[in-house]
Design a protein around this ligand. Sequence first.
Ligand code: GAL
Length: 421
Amino acid sequence: MHTLLWPVAVLTLSIACSSSGQSKNNRANTVEVLHWWTSGAEAAALQVLRRALTDQAIGWVDMPVAGGGGSNAMTVLRARVASGNPPTAVQMLGFDILDWGAEKITTDLNDVAKAEGWNEVVPKALQAFSVYDGAWIAAPVNVHSTNWIWANRKILDEVGIKPPQTWQELVGALDAIQRAGYIALAHGGQAWQEATIFDSVVLATGGPEFYRKAMIARDDGALRSATMREVFARMRTLRTYVDPNFPGRDWNLASAMVIKGRAAMQIMGDWAKGEFSSANQKSGEDFLCFRFPGTQGSVLFNSDQFVMFDVGDKRRPAQVALARSILSPEFQIAFNRIKGSVPARIDVSDHAFDDCGKKAMAELKQAADSGTLLGSFAHGHTGPAAVKNAIYDVVTEHFNGNATPEQATAQLVDAVRTASQ
Ligand code: GAL
């Protein structure tokens, strides 16, 4: 029994998806792609890939399952695999990729990787997830980063604030914005979004070494430290700047609040930039991008990769064309400009990117060179899904409830211990 096949919670949904895809799916020259790119900019970016395949006369069966971080998509995937019918390619993050690699039902892309020189052009930090047991099993499509703030420039100018550089400055700015009658922080109350804020707060409060110890090594001392209590205290402070309608709100609706000038800032990964750009907003003019105060110099990354499942020899040529298209330099530029991310290749020029994109590319390189490029916990790059989900629960319960920093810290220690067993 594959360990990843349970719990299969959304069987009905998955059967609905698979039967609609199945007849088309039998056509050899078609790829079926499972992903969670359902916002306007995400869908537009994916369209670039779809078009690249259409140009090669390859069909596309789309299988969208909403939900940032991909937990919902992973549940649907488990159901599909359990029914013996995996999709051609599945959007996936970090440790999920390695977990599926261990199941031995992915395909080996080493021949394509060799012919296309992937070993030389894909950053090593990404290859750590694309390659399992010596075999390329995934094609990385981008590099995103979570420790960003997206701000409405007009509101900041009106209130007279510059991008804050420290925690104290951030709190001062949020207070001033609230006093001016705006929603200070646009936020969507979903566990993965709260976890995304937590990424930045842990890094800002403890620095990169602390982040590494607590989130990657899951060191007990770091997890139960005074610094972690301070992290939860800061999460509580941020909660006071969110409007009452935040529960359940999708992240792109929170971005829209900033775009429309109802709210001043959103703490979110750079997929938010995709929403600003597709609303015709210009970086530097209409919106500002800056690192979460206290995290300058470090980059928390997540790389979306398409994991290729073993779908048999007949369907392999289309699958290989998909993988090859994903890593072509032209596609990487066209796609990532729309998506808000940066290319998953080191040999692509930043020429076509806006200010925020150029900054992201430069900072990614600096962080990789100086050892401060760290995986995003919220987006699956620090540990297995079981641990990630256990931490999600603690963070979201604390954000939405009344637990003290001490109680939340104790819950975190317990959750990590139990999930790691
Ligand atoms: C992340 C994913 C991004 C973006 C975001 C919101 O997990 O890596 O590409 O799509 O979710 O949907």
